[in-house]
Design a protein around this ligand. Structure first.
Ligand code: GLU
Length: 429
C-alpha cells in the first residue's frame, strides 16, 4: 500500500489566499461602532471548535490517497452551526475559518436561528470520478459523525459540492446512527426531504438584492447591463433570473474562460451549451471570448463576482466601472478594494447580505423537515424573498442612520445581534 503525505494535493494559488485579517477588520470595525466590550470581541474573533481530519480513500486505480478535511464551528450562540462544505484545491483551514465566521454574521443578519460553520476538503473535484468523490464524502462525514447533527451542525453545498454530496452525507450519517436523519444536511435532493427552490436560492437572493439596489437608484432590472464572474450554481442561477427579468447579461465566465456579447447573452441557451460542452462557455454562438481581467473591467451597471475570494483587489479595482457590485461569492472584494469602491461611491452589496438566499432556503428546508410539512416552490420563494428584502431594508436604514458604508451596516446588525445574545446568555461556567 503506497500512502501519499497528508497535504493538499493541489497547491493553493496566491490569488486565493484567504483574507483572514480582512474578516477580523470588518468585525473590529463593527465592534468599535457598537462599543462592544473587548472580551465580547475576543470571543467572537475566535472559532469555538476547529476539526481537521485525514480522509484516506482508495482511488479507482487502487492507489491510496489521503486528503485533508476541515470543519470549523465559529459560533452557536443563536442556534446550531450552519454552513457549506467546499471542495476546492485552494481550501485551507484558514479559509474555512474565515468562511465559518462569515456564516455567523450572515445568519444573524437574516434573523435565522443558526451559528456559523464551514467545512472543506482540499481537492479539485473535477479530477476524481463519481465513485471516488462518494468515498471521499462518506469518509469525511463519518470522521465528523460526532460533530454534526440536525441540532448540532448542519452542512450544506458550497463551491464544488451539490445535492449529490448532501445525499451521501445524509446517508452516511443515517447509517451510522441507525435511522434516517434528513435534517443533518440541507440542500439535499427533494426525494429525501430537500426543499423546492433550494438549488436556485442563492442566485435568487442575488437577483433580489440587485433589484432592490437598482430600485433605490430609481432604476429597473429591465434596463440594466450586468456582468457576472462565475457560471457555477450561484452565477448561472443569478444570470438566468436577471436575464428573465429583462437585464442584459453582457458577459459571464468560468475558470476556463469567459464570453462577451454586446447585445446580451441568452442565458437559457448558454446553460444548455455549457452542459453539452463539458462546462465550457467558449464558442457560444454570437459571443466572443473574454479574459477574466477584461470581464471585471467591462462598462456595466452591475458587476456580480460569483466565483471565489479576492477577485477585486488593489490591482484591478480602478478598472471596475460598475455602479453596483453584488458579492455573490464570499469575500470577492479585498479590504483595500472595498475602501476604494466606497470612496468612489460604488454601491457594494456585501456577501453576508447578497448571497444569503442559499442559507435562508436551507433554513426553510430544515423547518419543513422538522415539521414534516413540505411547501410548494412559490411559498418557499415568497418566504425567502420576505426575509431577504427585510434584511436589505434594515441594512440600508442602518447605513443611513449611522452614516456608515453598507458593509459596515450589515456587520453591525449581524455582529450586534450575536453580541447581544452572548451578553444575555452570559459566560459558562
Ligand atoms: N454555502 C452557502 C453559503 O455560503 C450556503 C450555506 C448553507 O446553506 O448552510 O452561504
Amino acid at each position: 500500500m503506497v500512502l501519499s503525505p497528508l497535504v493538499p494535493l493541489e497547491a493553493p494559488s496566491p490569488a486565493h489566499i484567504c483574507p483572514a485579517d480582512q474578516a477580523c477588520s470588518y468585525l473590529e470595525a463593527a465592534a468599535r461602532e457598537l462599543h462592544l466590550d473587548q472580551g465580547v470581541l475576543t470571543i467572537l474573533s475566535n472559532p469555538r471548535k476547529v476539526v481537521t481530519v485525514s480522509i484516506p480513500i482508495k482511488l479507482d486505480n487502487g492507489e491510496v490517497r489521503v486528503f485533508a478535511g476541515h470543519r470549523v464551528q465559529h459560533c452557536d450562540i443563536l442556534g446550531p452551526y450552519k454552513g457549506g462544505t467546499r471542495y476546492h484545491p485552494a481550501v485551507t483551514l484558514q479559509e474555512v475559518s474565515v468562511l465559518a465566521m462569515l456564516m455567523t454574521w450572515k445568519c444573524a443578519l437574516l434573523g435565522i436561528p443558526y451559528g456559523g460553520a464551514k467545512g472543506g476538503i482540499a481537492l479539485d473535484p473535477n479530477r476524481y470520478s463519481v465513485n471516488e468523490l462518494e468515498r471521499i464524502t462518506r469518509r469525511y462525514t463519518s470522521e465528523l459523525i460526532k460533530d454534526i447533527g440536525p441540532s448540532v451542525d448542519i452542512p450544506a453545498p458550497d463551491v464544488g459540492t451539490s445535492a449529490r454530496e448532501m445525499a451521501w452525507m445524509m446517508d452516511t450519517y443515517s447509517m451510522n446512527v441507525g435511522h434516517a436523519v434528513p435534517g443533518v444536511v440541507t440542500g439535499k435532493p427533494i426525494s429525501i426531504g430537500g426543499s423546492r427552490g433550494r438549488e436556485m436560492a442563492t442566485g435568487r437572493g442575488v437577483m433580489i438584492v440587485v433589484r432592490e439596489a437598482l430600485a433605490k437608484q430609481g432604476r429597473a432590472i429591465a434596463d440594466s447591463r450586468i456582468v457576472i464572474q462565475g457560471f457555477g450554481n450561484v452565477g448561472s442561477a443569478a444570470a438566468l433570473l436577471l436575464h428573465q427579468a429583462g437585464a442584459k447579461i453582457l458577459a459571464v465566465s468560468r475558470g476556463s474562460g469567459g464570453i462577451f456579447a454586446a447585445d446580451g447573452l441568452d442565458i437559457l441557451a448558454l446553460k444548455a451549451y455549457s452542459a453539452e460542452h463539458d462546462k465550457n462557455l467558449k464558442g457560444f454562438p454570437g459571443s466572443v471570448p473574454i479574459s477574466n481581467a477584461e470581464l471585471l473591467a467591462l462598462p456595466c451597471d452591475v458587476l456580480i463576482p460569483a466565483a471565489l475570494e479576492n477577485q477585486i483587489t488593489t490591482d484591478n479595482v480602478d478598472q471596475v466601472k460598475a455602479s453596483i457590485v453584488a458579492e455573490a461569492a464570499n469575500g470577492p472584494v479585498s479590504l483595500e478594494a472595498d475602501r476604494a469602491l466606497e470612496a468612489r461611491g460604488v454601491t457594494v452589496l456585501p456577501d453576508i447580505l447578497a448571497n444569503a438566499g442559499g442559507v435562508v432556503v436551507s433554513y426553510l428546508e430544515w423547518v419543513q423537515g422538522l415539521s414534516y410539512v413540505f411547501w410548494d416552490e412559490e411559498r418557499v420563494n415568497r418566504e425567502m424573498e420576505g426575509l431577504i428584502v427585510h434584511a436589505f431594508q434594515q441594512v440600508m436604514e442602518q447605513s443611513q442612520m449611522r452614516q456608515v458604508p453598507i458593509r459596515l451596516a450589515a456587520y453591525m446588525l449581524g455582529v450586534g445581534r450575536v453580541a447581544q445574545a452572548l451578553i444575555d446568555r452570559g459566560l459558562y461556567p
